[in-house]
Design a protein. Sequence first.
Length: 285
Amino acid sequence: MTTTTYLEKLYSGYGQTFTLDEVLFEHRTDHQELIIFRNREFGTVMALDGIIQTTERDEFIYHEMMTHVPILAHGKAKRVLIIGGGDGGILREVLRHESVEHVTQVEIDQAVIDMCKQYLPNHSAGAFDDPRANIVIADGVEFVSECTETFDVIISDCTDPVGPGEVLFSSRFYEGCKRCLNEGGVFVAQNGVVFMQPDEILTTRRRLGPYFADQSFYAAAVPTYVGGVMTLAWASDNVELRQLDVATISERFERSGIDTRYYNPALHVASFALPQYVVKALDAL
């Protein structure tokens, strides 16, 4: 009996495969090639241009770390900007913070939102209908370059730096994000699996440097992003936000009343401790 499989194409000499137990949707949009399928281990899986983006089983790890770390570190975030994130997972987690009054989400492709609402409904869990959410279909770089609003936290939930996602790793994008941030604000972004993509953190550090006093990374282990821990870029002009103690974060977390599956205050603080090969690479810049 032959089993149909999906081979991820992120790396040329290494990859992972998923059994294609059922193809739910497959379509090439104006921007990217989208497939959504069922897998016996990870549930519903979405891939764009041959690269796994999210799975039903482990999405909570990535989405919790991308949202609760910057929002709780900031401590007073009321306005949040999300770039990308068409599956709705980031939006869902941000809106769990009752203290957040407004969220603008900029997604380049309406088709991604539509397909995820249909096939991955638990990712957004109704977040797109929240009155605090403003969904904008536009190019993220153009939006931050022209936007007249400002935000306390900006989260770039981008794909890897290939195809449409490449511009979200550019100096122009980071410059635009800086101008949209309120004083003492925080910018975070997906930055790849550092063991497999070491050049990404070096490029990001160099490009963030001219705009932010503090540029660093924190880590999360997401099973379907194979090859080691995923690094998440962190940038702010307030150096202290990355160095808050567990007691401070715990007090804010308890006050939020949020129940998580991966994130906790101790992990928040520990996530900024990077492997030594990463530390050495960054120190060498």
